[in-house]
Ligand binder design. Structure first.
Ligand code: MN
Ligand code: MN
Length: 460
């Protein structure tokens, strides 16, 4: 075999990963990233993401849908599920199966307890109960903002958002100084910080000298002046402490974005924008932005709720098509992030089956843990179909799994959709420092993901 023949054989027969690293960072990529960063800053919670989506969809002519409404071919709608989850959909010429991209808009954070406020040593604190999988030590000594709603006793809903504007005060959790942390340093990472220890410092000014809990009372007074609430109203509130900092370009080359909540806004935003940008598709297209993924997808706004399938059934009833056949003819891209290979923590990954920053949009055939436990495991036929679609559209893609076997694992909404007899595969963006207050993604991967979702919505 000549050297040339050998090279050709090698090229023809081997799997070669593509890296976008040396490809130019085009204006289209940068423009898209700008839009994404604005979304990140305006949608740090699921409620804010739904608000953002409703405004965008309304500006593009999408109409609110409620069960029982008549649907028309060519119609553009969205179903707002309790302000915390949303399904945008468009009735195409073909209603005998749908194209669904499902992502989630909740992210790990610190939820404020229902009776949170207390005072100790002339300082006032908010108790928290963490939401989703966090590494607790990462949440101390960073500026925190407070987002959410308070429902007052008369039913009035008050929006809360403090800490994001540069003029706003921020909150934080304190940490022990290194000079006195000899004992703490001996503890394993998992136990050095406790859930009950994640209390947020919220004030130190007392209302007057006479009052024992004067700092707490002063905070209540400030809250009452600003929002008209009393301490009892915390009981019917949903307040979340989220990182106060906004999304920023990362790297001197500005090739990446650091932000809170890439998981899973980095898939939600491409899902929503690709959905909106494919109106000439003949297919019936849906874009689900779900809540509660980080806590197991339970509840009325999680992906295990029947609402999406109730909607599919109504679409079928409207157009007189068999609902069971429609599900079987449908395809879902479960759009969620995956762990990008991190050379600083190489031991956790298996290089041949990892996904890489700048490796393009990432497919996962399966998720789960401990011997593929809890995964829907997309069929090879489905992987093949998606592979052909991405290749045909010259999308740079990769395929991998979350990390080493038995290192841990994770799940997405994929299995909940697949359990309803809809072919589903995981796809999304590789992330570094996933679930931390400062996650990292590549702009090129983001853009490739948007392109992938677009060609999916347009495909037959
Ligand atoms: Mn996720
Ligand atoms: Mn997650």
């Amino acid at each position: 075999m000549t050297k040339k023949e050998l090279e050709k054989t090698k090229k023809d027969l081997s799997y070669n990963r593509v890296s976008l690293s040396a490809k130019p960072q085009t204006e289209a990529i940068n423009d898209y990233a700008q839009g994404y960063k604005a979304f990140l800053d305006n949608a740090k919670t699921e409620r804010e993401a739904v608000k953002y989506a409703v405004e965008l969809l309304s500006s593009k002519g999408y109409k609110p849908f409620m069960f029982g409404d008549k649907l028309e071919k060519g119609g553009k709608y969205y179903l707002n599920n309790r302000q915390k989850s949303i399904c945008a959909f468009r009735i195409g010429q073909n209603v005998d199966g749908v194209k669904l991209v499902g992502a989630h808009i909740d992210s790990p954070r610190l939820d404020i307890k229902q009776n949170p406020l207390y005072e100790q040593q002339d300082m006032a604190y908010l108790k928290t109960h963490y939401y989703g999988g966090i590494r607790k030590y990462q949440w101390a000594t960073i500026p925190l903002a407070l987002h959410g709603v308070i429902v007052k006793k008369d039913g009035q809903v008050v929006d809360v958002k403090i800490g994001d504007d540069l003029d706003d005060p921020v909150l934080c959790i304190t940490d022990l100084l290194p000079h006195l942390s000899r004992e703490q340093n001996q503890k394993p990472l998992a136990t050095a910080f406790t859930g009950e220890g994640l209390n947020i410092l919220i004030g130190s000014q007392s209302i007057c000298e006479e009052e024992k809990d004067g700092v707490k009372l002063n905070i209540l007074k400030l809250l009452n002046e600003k929002y008209g609430i009393t301490e009892t109203d915390f009981l019917s509130a949903e307040l979340c402490a989220v990182p106060a900092q906004n999304a920023r370009d990362l790297g001197l080359d500005r090739s990446m974005i650091s932000a809170y909540g890439h998981d899973d806004r980095v898939c939600s935003y491409p899902a929503l924008t690709a959905f909106i940008d494919t109106e000439d598709s003949e297919e019936t297209c849906l874009c689900l932005l779900a809540d509660k993924e980080e806590t197991g997808s339970d509840g009325v706004t999680g992906s295990q709720c029947s609402i999406l399938y109730d909607l599919l059934d109504e679409i079928c009833e409207n157009f007189g098509v068999n609902k069971n056949r429609v599900r079987m003819n449908s395809t879902c891209l479960s759009a969620d992030v995956t762990a990008g290979y991190d050379p600083l923590y190489a031991d956790a990954f298996e290089k041949a089956n990892a996904t890489y920053i700048n490796g393009g949009v990432a497919l996962c055939k399966f998720t789960g843990s401990g011997g593929k436990g809890g995964t829907s495991d997309a069929a090879a036929e489905l992987v093949g179909k998606v592979r052909m679609l991405l290749d045909k559209n010259e999308i740079v893609w990769q395929l991998g799994e979350l990390g080493k076997v038995d290192q841990g694992g994770g799940g997405t909404i994929a299995k909940y959709v697949a359990n309803r007899n809809i072919d589903t595969i995981d796809i999304g963006v590789p992330v570094l420092s996933m679930h931390s207050p400062l996650e990292v993604i590549s702009k090129k991967d983001l853009y490739e993901t948007y392109r992938a979702f677009k060609c999916f919505y347009l495909s037959k």
